[in-house]
Ligand binder design. Structure first.
Ligand code: MEV
Length: 312
């Protein structure tokens, strides 16, 4: 084969970030409006990457791309391919370092493109394991939530490395807003650990509360309870803020969304920058909230609607 392609997408965590690192469950949504496409083509010479962040030999790629680079190297070894004579390219509008899973989406799409080039398909577990090689480089102790969700096309329940589909009666109108500030997942994950070391009782309580919120959100989604879901999202934001992973920008956007009529709002992903998520009652309200978020300083906003579905 002369070329191979791979597709993944960004993800937003509805609830459960950070607590998921301690074995609690999380719920995350793939964002179809932010796709990632990778192409691998045979061309003699050093292994090369062409992307918006960097174009050149993979061995000289900047630190920011360390995770995808590690995943690509692991994929080549897995497929028994030499580390040369391939040009990789990625095309995407996923903002980097904003808690939307750009590193896992990039690594995953590149792994799929390389497998396709080799005339192979990766099993879900192989894909997961290869992306996790990169995620470990990116932030030390990744739960695997990003690796799983960016490979999925449906919202997922995630716990201990495994996913299952959700019963969705609720059609959620979500607004994702970018603070414009780089998220710092590695630092945020370390800060939660340090909070737990300094305040063991409160730290354990907050992680458990986030886990309980996620379990209740499963029922909100299955029973079509948007107001309850919104209230739980806002409570989750409070717990995450107490754990130290919010930021003034995230708090300001959460406040602006609630003032504009959101049913709930919270940071999403690693935090300390990056993106937040607001739940709107309907499409019109989502538009109003998005406009309010941009007035409050959001660099960008995206609208996302989940569809109802019943798993088989
Ligand atoms: C990052 O998208 C989500 C975190 O929970 C880290 C992880 O799950 O590995 C903050």
């Amino acid at each position: 084969r002369a070329t191979g392609t791979g597709h993944t997408r960004a993800k937003a965590i509805l609830v459960g970030e950070h607590a998921v690192v301690y074995g609690e469950p999380a719920i995350a949504l793939p964002l179809a409006s932010l796709p990632m496409r990778a192409v691998a083509r045979r061309e003699e010479g050093p292994l090369t990457l062409e992307s918006v962040l960097y174009s050149g030999a993979l061995s000289d790629a900047p630190e920011q791309l360390a995770a995808p680079v590690a995943a690509v190297e692991a994929t080549l070894d897995h497929l028994g391919l030499p580390h040369r004579d391939v040009v990789l390219s990625t095309e995407s509008t996923i903002p980097a370092a904003r808690g939307l899973g750009s590193s896992a989406a990039t690594a995953g799409a590149l792994a799929l493109a390389l497998a396709d080039l080799a005339g192979r398909t990766l099993t879900a577990q192989e894909h997961f394991d290869l992306v996790q090689v990169g995620e470990r480089v990116a932030h030390g102790n990744p739960s695997g939530l990003d690796a799983r969700t960016t490979a999925s096309t449906e919202p997922v329940w995630f716990q201990a490395g495994e996913i299952r589909p959700l019963d969705l009666a609720l059609r959620a109108h979500l607004v994702v807003a970018d603070t414009g500030v780089h998220g710092r997942t590695r630092v945020a994950v370390a800060d939660v650990r340090s909070f737990r070391d300094r305040h063991p009782a409160r730290g354990t309580e907050l992680i458990a509360e986030l886990g309980a919120i996620t379990r209740d959100v499963v029922d909100d989604l299955a029973l079509d309870r948007p107001a309850e879901l919104g209230a739980r999202m806002t409570r989750a934001h409070g717990a995450l803020a107490e754990l130290g992973v919010s930021s003034p920008e995230l708090d300001r956007l959460v406040g602006a969304a609630l003032a504009a009529g959101a049913l709930g709002a919270k940071l999403t992903g690693g935090g300390q920058g990056g993106c937040m998520l607001a739940l709107a009652a309907d499409a019109a309200s989502a538009g109003t909230i998005a406009a309010a978020l941009r007035r409050a300083g959001a660099a960008r906003t995206w609208l996302h609607r989940t569809d109802a579905r019943r798993p088989a």
